[in-house]
Design a protein around this ligand. Structure first.
Ligand code: ADP
Length: 451
């Protein structure tokens, strides 16, 4: 692709970190130690599970929020305020309902102080390029989702940004509309019909990233950091069924599912050159629970039992599961030691096998043992319950501990997940009105005292 030849860097991120002050006075780190450069002529996909800080990073590049540490450089100068070279396309379109298509598209130009005449001229040109001809005077509510997002594209592109940032731009659209718009955008980019030097797309879709990007930056979560930076040199248009495409998707799956994957094994299957894999991350400060129910974990174990297909990517395809739906379930199963993941392949472990062949009470006992052995939050709750004479604790106590490591919202979700798992395993119960966690009966109490 021509765009890959000359690649001066125009945005550089140096040791970027982002943290937020919690209501309890604690500071929570969302993103840490991000170093990378964005080059002219690239479509870059920022890929990672939800909560890994993709949107936050994009907003820092756009200058919408400042980093807490490190610098965003724009042409080697620290960025102050909004990045003049960036325009954003939002997932939810973010159109003004009381303005027409033309007026919405004109907005960015107006903000830049363009005179009315040139503003209208440029907006009309972009409306034409983006396929909205004839809809200039329509209002957003008269348009389908796909057409509304076209307005989002036209508005962002009308200002001729150097970097077009897109935050999950296709995820609010139905599958066919999304696919159509994705390819139209790619067409315009490859034919150089849109006035932008680079595109940064935030996505959690591995296939979307491999379809569009010249480079994929994979983020991990808790806190967000770069797990890998992979150049994708497959020529456009990419055939999703081709072995090369599938190998790349597989490779990204491996990175996402295997936090400690060494460099060599990841590079072995790469069809591109110079991929950089970040060194294994420091262990997270507190184990983060994926928010899934035990029922989903049981469902996954039953699905993989006796199935020939062990490759996670192909398994997801076979089961029509989105990566964002599958990975948390896989992660929960792994944390409980029910499955083993190697090189993107999933396998039932001995405990997982036993689980599958057990009745409901035995299953509960297996999960109980796993939670007590492997899940720190459950262990901590059990110990707190044991320490109290009446075996009751306030959820606030647990939330206070969690808020040292997670945002308030995430702390709530962590607690809810631990409660869900602990209740399934009959380790403890929760009294909704009082917000108290307690040990249900003496039998369970005896189990816990074995901790
Ligand atoms: P992604 O785009 O990968 O889903 P985000 O960048 O939206 O991730 O969020 C990363 C983490 O930062 C999440 O845990 C989110 O709750 C937290 N976060 C984002 N914005 C704020 C904020 N203003 N205050 C506190 N936490 C925030």
């Amino acid at each position: 692709m021509v765009q890959n030849i000359a690649k001066p860097s125009f945005v550089a991120l140096e040791n970027i970190g982002k943290s937020y002050l919690q209501p309890n006075g604690q500071t929570i780190s969302i993103i840490e130690n991000i170093n990378c450069q964005l080059q002219v002529g690239e479509i870059i996909a920022l890929l990672g599970p939800s909560g890994s800080g993709k949107s936050t990073l994009m907003r820092m590049i756009a200058g919408l929020i400042p980093p807490s540490g490190g610098k965003v450089l724009y042409y080697n100068r620290p960025l102050v305020g909004l990045n003049p070279g960036v325009a954003i396309v939002f997932q939810n379109f973010a159109l003004y309902p009381w303005l027409t298509v033309l007026e919405n598209v004109e907005l960015g130009l107006k903000a830049k102080g363009e005179a009315k005449d040139t503003r209208v001229q440029k907006a009309l040109r972009m409306i034409d390029v983006i396929g909205l001809d004839g809809f200039e005077n329509a209002y957003p509510k008269e348009l389908s989702g796909g057409m509304r997002q076209r307005v989002g594209f036209a508005r962002a592109l009308a200002v001729e940004p150097e970097l077009l940032c897109m935050d999950e731009p296709f995820s609010a659209l139905d599958v066919l509309t999304a696919e159509n718009l994705r390819f139209e955008l790619l067409d315009l980019w490859l034919e150089k019909r849109i006035p932008t030097k680079s595109i940064l797309i935030v996505t959690h879709g591995i296939e979307e990233a491999v379809t569009l990007a010249d480079r994929i930056i994979v983020l991990g979560r808790n806190p967000g950091r770069i797990r890998a930076d992979l150049p994708i040199t497959l020529p456009h248009y990419r055939d999703r069924k081709s072995p090369e495409f599938q190998a790349l998707v597989d490779q990204v799956y491996k990175i996402l599912t295997n936090p400690d994957l060494p460099d060599s094994s990841t590079q072995e299957t790469t069809t591109t050159s110079h991929s950089t894999i970040a060194p294994p991350p420091a262990p997270p400060k507190y184990q983060s629970l994926p928010h899934v129910r035990i029922g989903s974990v049981a469902g996954l174990l039953e699905l993989i039992e006796g199935r020939q297909e062990k490759d996670l990517y192909r398994l997801a395809q076979e089961l029509l599961l989105e990566v964002d739906d599958l990975l948390p379930i896989v992660e929960a199963s792994r944390l409980m030691d029910l499955v083993a993941i190697t090189e993107g392949d999933i396998q039932l472990g001995a405990i997982g096998e036993k689980f599958i062949n057990s009745n409901i009470d035995e299953r509960k006992a297996i999960i109980r043992e796993s939670l007590q052995k492997h899940i720190r939050l459950v262990q901590q709750i059990c110990q707190l319950l044991q320490a109290k004479r009446n075996h009751r604790i306030s959820e606030e106590l647990v939330l206070d501990i969690l808020e040292n490591y997670f945002t308030s919202k995430e702390a709530q979700r962590q607690l809810r997940t631990a409660m869900d798992w602990g209740r399934y395993a009959e380790l403890f119960s929760y009294d909704e009105p009082s917000g108290e966690i307690f040990i249900e009966d003496s039998a369970t109490e005896a189990e816990i005292s074995n901790l």
